[in-house]
Design a protein around this ligand. Structure first.
Ligand code: FES
Ligand SMILES: [Fe+2]
Length: 356
């Protein structure tokens, strides 16, 4: 059993599960714009159902716990009427703030119980073609997609994948570079580049960032086929891990002036399920090149899942004494420290991170 101490230090953080309450203080991608439409749509985060919808002429984005305060029916089964949300069960209506607007069974002009409110989230946003919620005030900002504003940049999204691997394990894996020559030997892993650089890691509030140079098999460079450029090229990598289940990657190729950005957002749906969104932007490919890139990124994710889905537990250790860490693991360790600090942030209830 791992028990969080009342004033425990970061090294004794213990474990993070896919539904750990600490993750409530982060942005969680819950759907694509297309999936939402106008809604209402039921989505899952941290083991609970949430309802998202666009309401009224202004299509105001709203998100609430998916539970009507009357008989706890899923409010996502209801409908949007003008600028109100109507429950499908007894027709109670709520405004965009979740306040009661009508209870048909009481007749017109009735006094409405003030407790008859939908439970709101702290924040809801649309960003990079995705819908995001923060159940509590988010500590870290929404992830930034590098390259999206470069002239000629194209944006694309990989296939959305649902996996039993945990969201925090997936981000930890994203922050890890030592697995490339082994897990990604069939895609971008350079076979003899085992050593991981130990460049500086910067912590800025609720994110960690590292920039380093590394060799890369640049299959997307058209001048590789003509022999003008080598296949293995140096590139600059910037990785950012946010407190929560989001990370970003920026690749800069000096030889081609290419910029390739990825935002990797993992949605911890339930104790046993995670959905993965990968949004990309790059300025160095045409539409068919981007299509190929999406397929490559899909394949890279499957390579990671082949190992992560073999784990028999979805827990991520934030107690740094359990596993053996080396200097090659510095970035994922820095991110775990961030996550441990998130678990110990005073905003969270003390007893909630007790895990058997
Ligand atoms: S359960 Fe929603 S109105 Fe009764
Ligand atoms: Fe990987």
């Amino acid at each position: 059993m791992f028990t969080r101490e009342k004033h425990g230090v970061a090294q004794h953080g213990g474990v993070l599960e896919n539904v750990s309450p600490a993750l409530a203080a982060s942005w969680i991608a819950v759907a694509t714009n297309e999936e939402l439409g106008d809604g209402p749509l039921q989505v899952w985060a941290l083991g609970e159902p949430w309802m998202v919808a666009r309401v009224g002429a202004a299509r105001t984005l709203v998100a609430f716990a998916d539970r009507c305060p009357h008989r706890l029916a899923p409010i996502s089964a209801g409908r949007i009427i003008d600028d109100q949300i109507e429950c499908a069960y007894h027709g109670w209506r709520f405004d965009t703030e979740g306040r009661p607007a009508a209870i048909p069974a009481l007749g017109d002009g009735a006094t409405l119980p003030p407790r008859a409110c939908l439970r709101s989230v702290a924040a809801v946003a649309e960003h990079l073609g995705l819908i995001w919620i923060a159940i509590e005030d988010p500590l870290a900002p929404l992830p930034i997609l590098s390259g999206a504003s470069e002239p000629g940049a194209l944006m694309a999204r990989c296939e959305i994948v649902r996996t039993p691997a945990s969201a925090v394990q997936l981000i930890d894996n994203f922050m890890d570079a030592a697995h490339f020559p082994f897990v990604h030997a069939a895609t971008f892993g350079v076979p003899d580049a085992f050593e991981v650089s130990s460049d500086e890691i910067v912590r800025q509030d609720w994110l960690v960032r590292s920039t380093f140079s590394a060799p890369y098999q640049h299959h997307d460079d058209p001048l590789v086929a003509t022999g003008e450029h080598p296949l293995v090229q140096d590139h600059t990598v910037t990785k950012v891990g946010y407190a929560g289940c989001n990370a970003s990657l920026e690749l800069r190729f000096p030889l081609t002036r290419g910029v390739f950005g990825i935002v990797y957002a993992c949605q911890p749906e339930t104790a046993t399920s995670t959905r993965i969104y990968k949004v990309m932007a790059r300025n160095d490919v045409d539409a068919s090149g981007m299509e190929r890139c999406v397929k490559d990124e899909d394949a890279i994710l499957q390579e990671d899942l082949a190992i992560l889905e073999r784990y028999t537990t979805m827990n991520l250790m934030t107690d740094l004494t359990v596993e053996v860490h080396t200097r090659a693991d510095r970035l994922s360790v820095a991110w775990r420290r961030l996550m441990s600090d998130m678990q110990h942030h005073p905003r969270h209830g003390i007893a909630r991170d007790t895990v058997a």
